[in-house]
Design a protein around this ligand. Structure first.
Ligand SMILES: Cc1ncc(COP(=O)(O)O)c(C=O)c1O
Length: 477
């Protein structure tokens, strides 16, 4: 009976699919159909990954210079992570946290709390960065409500800044273009300037500007009424929105003081900077005197092997919320068993292979290579970051810091040239590039010194080719 049914032709208009089906190049039904501008050339199709290399179905090899969207911290095809994944999958993949506790969740949360250090000792586990940001701000809000501070609800963010694409996370992000489109659907929150260090306002040094930005935070709190302000959210080392911005040290100390003075929770968004990427487990560890009240991690937490994120909060805050009935928030896949097991395996690997130390060592090496490149390439106006969270800012004129005309979308062009040179690069604009254009240079934390050399050589060739193209078109002298 079944055999006969299997021979029936597919319902009209719907092609039959089998595991042997090959798909033509181009987005078709795929996710790319949403995100690639009309007419853009198809992207290479991934076949497999090995270490820091990605290999497409045509056999071309690309060095992963960005860890995808700054997530693949352990590179690709890591045998110990795959083994842990398989072992857990054979036991239990999913059992909802509202019905069962899981050893994987306990192991992951305990490891994470130990690595994050005192005060960040409970992990609310979710499926990614945006969900983790939502969880952090909702947790702070519910804690305020249950401790008699129900007037506090405003979350101050920075401009530019990025905390995710769900409406709550986007509301606290500083991206004018995204707000132009989605703003009417979100509750406006105050934003204060991020302490950018390259293009400074007139008569400012990086430090005086950082002090002014911290002062702007205090002014915003006072203007809004401190009793209404719940939290201030910032990326301690910037991601795509600022091109790996590192503020002068004084900024962190001032922000911490201001938040403490006004009872405002300081939230560090470490979705990109956490899990060892900057050469410390948390970027916050670079400024021990300015610890956040809450930290948010994702990306490197599972190194791309599973969708995973976490909001780390103090145990004392959790106790108060639980005493009042528990956190009124959750998702179907919160504390997902398999994802937690992957996270625990990733954290074990980060510790046992000393990947935080490697990020610092390889970061210094890569930085030295980028410094040499910046001295010779007319396109590099600035490079910045910490550890292996680095970015190169692209300019048309290093003396005037003039941007490459924005309509050229320079990072996308460099990305396309990169593919031809076997280099996978990553970029995403904030506010349509109004603050500048940069490339993230954020390879896996497992990178070796030899691979840093290959990355830098290829990057130099890519930038040379783009500079020649811009010269031929009269954009560059
Ligand atoms: C700093 C920062 N916060 C939040 C997010 C959102 O994370 P996700 O894309 O996993 O939702 C990102 C993603 O790029 C990020 O870089």
């Amino acid at each position: 009976m079944l055999k006969n049914r299997a021979r029936l032709p597919p319902p009209s208009g719907r092609p039959a699919l089998s595991s042997a089906t090959t798909f033509p190049a181009g987005p078709g039904f795929g996710q790319q159909a949403f995100s690639r501008p009309a007419g853009a050339p198809p992207l290479p199709r991934i076949a497999r990954g090995e270490g820091i290399w990605l290999i497409d179905t045509a056999g071309n090899r690309y060095l992963d210079a960005s860890s995808g969207p700054v997530a693949s911290n352990l590179g690709h095809g890591h045998p110990r992570i795959l083994a842990a994944m398989e072992a857990q999958a054979r036991q239990a993949v999913f059992a909802t946290y509202s019905q069962f506790e899981s050893a994987a969740n306990l192991d992951f949360a305990e490891r994470l709390a130990r690595l994050a250090g005192p005060g960040l000792d409970r992990a609310f586990v979710v499926s990614g960065g945006s969900e983790a940001v939502e969880s952090a701000i909702k947790f702070a809000r519910q804690h305020a409500v249950v401790t008699g501070q129900g007037s506090r609800w405003k979350v101050i963010g920075r401009q530019p800044g990025y905390h995710g694409n769900t409406l709550g996370a986007l509301a606290v992000s500083g991206d004018d273009y995204a707000h132009e489109i989605f703003g009417p659907m979100m509750r406006a929150v105050p934003r204060v300037p991020a302490p950018l260090t390259y293009r400074l306002p007139p008569n400012h040094t990086a430090e005086s500007h950082a002090r002014a930005c911290a002062a702007a935070l205090e002014e915003a709190i006072l203007r809004e009424g401190p009793e209404t302000v719940l939290a201030f959210i910032m990326e301690p080392v910037g991601g795509l929105a600022t091109g790996a911005l590192v503020a002068p040290d004084i900024y962190y100390a001032l922000v911490r003081e201001i938040c403490t003075r006004h009872g405002v929770r300081l939230i560090f968004d470490e979705v990109m900077s956490g899990a060892g990427r900057t050469g410390r487990f948390l970027a916050a560890d670079h400024w021990p005197g300015a610890r956040p009240d809450i930290a948010v991690l994702a990306k490197g937490l599972s190194a791309g092997y599973a969708p995973l994120g976490a909001a780390l909060v103090p145990a004392a805050m959790v106790e108060e919320v639980v005493r009042a009935g528990g956190f009124m928030h959750g998702f179907t896949y919160a504390a997902h068993v398999l994802n937690c097991a992957v996270g625990a395996a990733v954290l074990r690997e980060v510790e046992e292979a000393d990947l935080v130390g490697n990020a610092e060592r390889m970061g210094s090496l890569l930085r030295a290579r980028l410094e040499a490149l910046a001295a010779s390439s007319p396109l590099i106006g600035d490079f910045r970051g910490k550890g292996l969270l680095l970015a190169l800012e692209l300019v048309a004129d290093r003396d005037t810091k003039a941007m490459i005309p924005l309509e050229r979308v320079a990072p996308e062009r460099v990305k396309a040239i990169g593919l031809r040179h076997g280099l996978a690069l990553y970029c995403r604009r904030t506010s349509r590039g109004a603050y500048g254009d940069w490339l993230m240079i954020t390879p896996p934390l497992t990178i070796t010194a030899d691979e840093v050399g290959i990355l830098a050589d290829r990057l130099a060739a890519v930038l040379d080719e783009y500079a020649a193209e811009l010269r031929a078109e009269g954009v560059l002298r």
